[in-house]
Write a protein that binds this ligand. Structure first.
Ligand code: URA
Length: 433
């Protein structure tokens, strides 16, 4: 086989065979196919797309590109929740301890921030001492004892995704349906879970901007997961506005703790309850209504928060910070963004909010960048709210003064204010079984 011909075939709209897809991925992981040819193929896939069969072949090739985890010595059903990426999306920090406190096992491998979206591993590293890189035996031991552990992606798992993701991130080929499906599901299938609930985001802050595309993404991921023998479900949820009020690593950890304390924002709480109840129903813990009731009780009784404290301590972190989130330091500089006019916030370009947070230091512009944990945005008003001229829209936090002006400009440009209130849109837009 020749890489040239594979690129040419996809460029001209052809269908790649499973053998061609595997040959490409194996060669790329082995370092025999250079980045420029892999990038050309990604771009051809971006424009020409892939059939479900090709996408499944690519997913299974990603899964098989490294080791697959064997978690069979963890007792009980193993569940996972995965989001396709959003702004202010701290649901894993809430959902994982809730479901673990209700008797299912969460052996979670999470990612770092990508582009304008945040990552669970970065957020957890805002907790002093917390280790996201554990030897596999210790990881399994914590899951068995506490019911939950969250670590970073193991380097030996789905290495093809690690390489391809870094390449896509710098070649404008992230937002391609077959590439997202194979990236997420390739990794998920390499980790040994029984039930997977996907949170497929849709709207201006997600990689798939339309409901139609997000639904297709959800359907393909569910179908491919099922072909691999997993119990699958996907929720399609709104990412046309940030989730909750806080964007940025320690700000999001604090908001996740508040949600586990039962005093979180309405949208975040609603989504976390729905995701948790769906996971538990898929794990056959009861009917949806029963699972929802158990979830609410786990929050009210404090058992979900206790589970988070135990996990943090087992992974070397300071549990006292989880009990007393006021201990998380605030950034050196803060700046209040004031509305330039009176009216209702009718729409926000959520991706730009993510970029503004990045400019403040909450994310990386290059792989080498070090994250400023206290940096980010606290929203004072969200879509649907009325703001008077001169009233605060948001507070920006940063360790450097230099990023504040650009972030403020970005945020103001991204916030549409009009005289009529917008229609209230639901947060959960669909479920794919
Ligand atoms: N998250 C991933 O892991 N991969 C993608 O391609 C998009 C979001």
């Amino acid at each position: 086989m020749r890489m040239y011909e594979i690129i040419q075939k996809k460029r001209d709209g052809g269908t790649l065979s499973e053998a061609e897809i595997r040959w490409f991925l194996e060669g790329y992981v082995a370092g025999e196919i250079p980045d420029y040819q892999a990038a050309a193929l990604c771009m051809a896939i971006y424009f020409r797309g892939m059939s479900l069969e090709e996408t499944a072949a690519l997913t299974f090739a990603v899964r098989d590109s490294g080791e697959t985890l064997d978690l069979s010595d963890i007792k009980g059903l193993r569940v996972d929740k995965h989001s396709t990426g959003g702004v202010g999306d701290k649901t894993s920090l809430v959902v994982a301890p809730i479901v673990a406190s209700l008797g299912v096992k969460v052996a979670k491998m999470s990612g770092r921030g990508l582009g304008h979206t945040g990552g669970t591993v970065d957020k957890l590293e805002a907790i002093p001492g917390f280790k996201t890189d554990l030897p596999i035996d210790e990881f399994k031991k914590i899951v068995n004892e506490v019911g939950i552990a969250i670590v970073g992606q193991n380097a030996t798992l789905a290495p093809a995704d690690k390489l391809l993701y870094a390449l896509r991130d710098v070649t404008a080929t992230v937002d391609s349906l077959p590439l997202i499906v194979s990236s997420i599901m390739g990794k998920k299938l390499a980790a040994d879970d029984d039930c997977i609930v996907l949170d497929v985001k849709t709207g201006s802050g997600s990689f798939m901007k339309t409901l139609e595309k997000s639904r297709e993404l959800a359907e393909w991921m569910v179908e491919i997961g099922k072909r691999a023998g997993k119990r699958m479900r996907a929720l399609i949820t709104d990412m046309d506005r940030p989730l909750g009020f806080n964007i940025g690593n320690s700000l999001e950890v604090v908001e996740a703790i508040e949600t586990l304390q039962g005093k979180g924002p309405e949208d975040l709480t609603e989504l976390c309850v729905a995701l948790s109840a769906n996971i538990l129903e898929l794990a056959e813990k009861g009917s949806y209504a029963e699972c929802e009731r158990m979830v609410k009780e786990a929050i009210e009784s404090g058992t979900a928060l206790d589970t988070l404290v135990k996990m943090v301590e087992a992974q070397g972190g300071n549990g006292d910070w989880i009990r007393h989130p006021e201990k998380f330091p605030t950034a050196k500089y803060s700046h209040i963004v004031l509305s330039r006019k009176s009216g209702y916030i009718t729409h926000v370009d959520t991706e730009s909010y993510g970029v503004a947070s990045l400019l403040l230091g909450a994310g990386r512009n290059t792989k080498e960048d070090v994250i400023d944990m206290a940096a980010g945005i606290r929203l004072c008003a969200k879509t649907g709210d009325f703001v008077a001229e001169g009233e605060p829209i948001a507070i920006l936090y940063s360790e450097k003064e230099s990023g504040i002006e650009g972030a403020e400009r970005r945020l103001l440009e991204a916030t549409q204010i009009e005289t009529t209130a917008p229609k209230k849109e639901p947060l959960i837009l669909g479920i794919v079984e």
